[in-house]
Structure formats: structure tokens, C-alpha cells
Ligand binder design. Sequence first.
Ligand code: PGA
Length: 253
Amino acid sequence: MRKQIIGSSWKMHINSINMAEETGEDLNKLLGHESRVEMFILPSFPMIPKLSEVLKNSSIKYGAQNMCYEEKGAFTGEVPPLVLKELGCSYVEIGHAERRSYFNERDENINKKVRLAFKYGMIPVVCIGEEERDKKENIGEIKIRSQILWALNGLSKEDAQEVILAYEPVWAIGKEEAASVDYVENMHGHIRDIVKKELGEEVSKNIRIIYGGSVGPENSKELSKREDIDGVFVGRFGLEAENFKSIVDNFIR
Ligand code: PGA
């Protein structure tokens, strides 16, 4: 049985350490003892030490929105995986659509980051998803297949089944409405088939596939009912602790 998982990347929506602390405290009050689902938040790097204090002994875990694809060396402005580990990060987000498009993130480096995440004992949350033009040209599934193969390349089965695949169609991020639940469910089935073909039935049964892209308290109700949707990855509509809680509540079975 796959445990449902609800994550929230704060991106740069929350843009001060004070605001991060307050939000963390609010979340902890509402959900700090909730153990029926897995939960994580991903603040900006410099907020992590504060969140590690606020969420000490909490059920809500935390992590980072990115990290360097190398362990050390001359990589100006980058964050080494070891530092995230030292700060107590349990998760690290890898390959978000904004990083792929604004910061030129490539599949090859995404794979390096996934491997490093395991080396440093963190769970990689790998974002995959087709762009609007891929959808129009009917090549969305091919694109996703390639992203999955890159993400999981070289992992043992034990590690591969721990990866969280966040399916985030680029055309549904930052919009008023999410992708339709049928569309998402169908894609998740497709993603699980690819994993099965490449890594076998066991991994495909255990790997968690969550949906992200304009998820909120309302549309998460429907998403939570579908067998192949193991949780959600929330952006703008999960920044208020109450909203995040409503979304989490929808996934409690
Ligand atoms: P959004 O972001 O919920 O604000 O659309 C989702 C994401 O990019 O993960």
C-alpha cells in the first residue's frame, strides 16, 4: 500500500524568513501530529535552518527546492548536497519546470542530482511533465518517457522505488485550473507502465506518483479519489496553512 504524500514548494512566494517561520508554525499547529499521510514543505535555502527548529519532532518534513549536481568544487552560487543533509532535509526537489526552462536544467544533470540525493540520504522529488506544445503535437507521452528514463537511470530497484515522481504538466502550472482528473489519472497510469517496463512490477507498484499544477483545496478532493494518484504537489494554493490542511485532509483515507 503506497502512503499518500502531500508536498508544497514555496518557490519564492514566501520571501522572508519571518514569514517562513510563521507559516511553519501555523502548519505545525494544524498538522504536526498527523501521521496518516506523509507531508513535506520546501522553502528557499536560507529559510531551512529556521524551519528545522520550527519543525523539530513534527510529522511535517522539510527539504530543498534544488541542489548542485556535484558534491563540491568550483560551482559559484550552488548548494552542496552535504549541506542539505546537515540541515536535516528529508527531501529534495529536482528538475522543476521553472528550473528546466529559466535555469536551463538538463536531464543529464537531473540524473546526477537524483543519484546524489540517495547518496546523502534524501528522497528526490523529481518533476516531469510535458509542455503545451508537446501536448498539441501529441508527443507528451514520449517526452515523459524520456524524462523518466533519465531520472531513474542507473538507480538500484531499492532506490528507484523510493523516488517520488511529481507529474506536473507545464501547461497546468500557475493557472486557475488544474489538468482534468481524468487526464491526470491516465498520465499516471502511463507513467507507472513505463516504470514497470523499465524496472519491473515491484518498483512500479511501490513508486509514488503525485500530481502538481494548480492544486487547491477544491480540486484535490477529486484527485484524492483516484487509485493511481498518490498525492499532490502544491504551489500557490497551499501557502496558507489552512489551505494546506484542507488539501491534506482530502487525502486521509
Ligand atoms: P502551482 O505550482 O500550484 O502554483 O501551479 C505547482 C508547481 O509548480 O509545483
